[in-house]
Ligand binder design. Structure first.
Ligand code: NI
Length: 176
């Protein structure tokens, strides 16, 4: 069966993920599925548990539309076992949505800049800085790998989740 997007309260979304020990053909097939689901869902990022695999893999891509800031563009990236190795003290706060929590937006304070280390699908180690929207997507997706969701940043978490069932999807904000 084709993998598909999972939404809260599926328990895999709140479970910390496992490291990828070897990049097998199954892992590459999973990555293809992640990219497909991210694009079909018009998200700018997706983490493996969001399609049912509790593994440390994220994909991200943002092609700015006519109303988006063109400097926010992020080319397709696949990050395996990613780690934030440093982050700026300077932060900003923006409303975020999540494909796995349709209809919920939460203001989230994040570092403006991060430095990331990860494996690529061919097994090479890469290290790179990310700024602005790119840094925000990475921090959001890496939270998924720890079983952390945007609602964990809300002081009204319980209330938000209780309203969740009746809320409708919003297209006002980027969904990560
Ligand atoms: Ni998300």
């Amino acid at each position: 069966m084709a993998r598909h997007l999972l939404t809260y309260p599926n328990p895999i979304l709140t479970t910390p993920t496992n490291k990828v020990s070897e990049i097998t053909s199954d892992i590459l097939a999973l990555i293809d599925d992640m990219v497909r689901v991210m694009r079909e869902s018009q998200g700018v990022g997706l983490a493996a548990p969001q399609i049912g695999e509790s593994l440390k893999i994220v994909v991200l891509e943002h092609i700015p539309g006519p109303k988006d800031d063109p400097t926010d563009a992020v080319p397709l990236q696949v990050l395996i076992n990613p780690k934030i190795i440093s982050r700026s003290q300077e932060t900003d706060t923006l409303e975020e949505g999540c494909l796995s929590l349709p209809g919920i937006d939460v203001p989230v304070e994040r570092s403006k800049r991060v430095k990331v280390r990860a494996l690529t699908p061919i097994g090479a180690t890469v290290q790179f800085p990310a700024n602005g929207f790119h840094a925000r997507i990475i921090q959001h997706e890496l939270d998924h790998l720890d079983g952390k969701l945007i609602t964990d940043y809300s002081p009204n978490k319980a209330e938000l989740l209780s309203r969740y069932a009746s809320s409708s999807a919003s297209d006002e904000h980027a969904v990560l």
